[in-house]
Write a protein that binds this ligand. Structure first.
Ligand SMILES: [Zn+2]
Length: 94
């Protein structure tokens, strides 16, 4: 079914919708909070050390910052940026 472009996109959207719904349900069930970061937040393109933003092709696995010289795994860099973004959202909202 995923070979049909329109049907495949609809199925993929439904899967993400269900995943999000389950996350909301589970966080409410356990009394925790679900924080959603903007979908266009450049977590992979931003240096987690100095905040410099640069384009990152998908095949680049290491973030090499020309500003501060930091070299870090792409996914680790993105996860640090998301952690910091979530912290700032939670602090701004109480
Ligand atoms: Zn940097």
């Amino acid at each position: 079914m995923l070979a049909n472009r329109k049907l495949g996109k609809s199925i993929a959207n439904q899967v993400f919708y269900e995943f999000r719904r389950q996350l909301e349900y589970k966080t409410q069930w356990y009394g925790s909070e679900l924080v959603v970061v903007d979908r266009f937040f450049p977590s992979s393109k931003t240096c987690s050390n100095c905040g410099h933003v640069q384009d990152m092709p998908l095949n680049a696995r290491t973030y090499d910052c020309p500003e501060c010289g930091r070299s870090i795994d792409r996914d680790l860099n993105a996860s640090i940026n998301l952690r910091d973004a979530v912290g700032s959202i939670v602090n701004a909202c109480g």
